[in-house]
Ligand binder design. Sequence first.
Ligand code: HMG
Ligand code: MG
Length: 321
Amino acid sequence: GVPKFVKIVEVGPRDGLQNEKNNVPTSVKVELIRKLVSCGLPVVEVTGFVSPKWVPQLSDAKDVMQAVKNLEGARLPVLTPNLTGFEAAIASGAKEVAVFASASESFSKANINCSIEESLVRYRAVTSAAKKLSIPVRGSMLPIMSLTKNLLDFGLILVRVGYISCVVGCPVEGAISPSKVAYLAKELHDMGCFEISLGDTIGVATPGTVIPMLEAVMAVVPVEKLAVHFHDTYGQSLPNILVSLQMGVCTVDSSVSGLGGCPYAKGATGNVATEDVVYMLNGLGVKTNVDLAKLLQAGEFISKHLGRQSSSKAAIALTRV
Ligand code: HMG
Ligand code: MG
């Protein structure tokens, strides 16, 4: 069986746009986020407070965050690679942040310029800063999973996600062992990330590699806390998502129109398209709360702006006359 409800985490405005060569105006990013929130998506990752030297496209993180911070109806996390980014994010109105580690040493170096262990030290600093900013609810910290929305209303700062990239393969090191991913998942979970997103950054996974990876991670972190994050380089995202759901995962990251690619993973294509995920989940009778017709419009808006056809097969099929 598969879960009755799947939470879709829309990462298009961040993961999708970060690799675009031409500067996308802040106003276009803000309009895209507005449209995505209005589709009923429960979580929209809006930007990354990363170094503008490393990812020039996201150098307007502060302006984007300030423009969307009062939008209602969705959680709006941002990427933070270190305390500098965390502080800038909070100052701009972010209530939820995501840290991102890698299961591959080479990719960690290329993406965040430090070793895996150094990144964990940085992320412990971020998670403890987030905890310090939290306000206690009725005198004690309540279980975060069930109360996420309420806690956010109280102004609590959450470290939503610890991303792990290269969970089955790395552009430099090749195959990655499930035990490395499990080790990192446990570290991120123990330091206070309430959700761990498992990323196939370069899109090489198949169900054959996803299953053993998930089995190893599920042995150390409860499956309710896991999300899957697939890139569609080899067209394997939907089968990978389906096996993940069958194993009990109920959170899926995706990107409108299949936007994306990683600046430090050459040749990797975009994330699985949100439209394709919603189409499959609708077919399975799984609830998502996402309005597919509105989502198609959001996809059309950004595809038009970027001057290219959507990478979502469902979007292309559904908008054909
Ligand atoms: P660094 O150069 O080693 O940083 O970069 P540093 O600490 O030595 O500082 C150098 C300069 O950067 C200083 O400024 C800092 O203030 C500044 P200067 O004194 O030279 O003027 N700086 C910052 N500025 C803005 N925001 C910050 C920040 N931190 C330092 N947060 C760093 C290290 C981590 C900052 C850099 O490597 C970086 O920003 N990397 C992020 C790269 C990125 O965003 N990659 C894509 C996202 S990950 C991904 O896509 C995978 C995922 O989707 C999952 C999947 O698909 O698997 C999540
Ligand atoms: Mg990604």
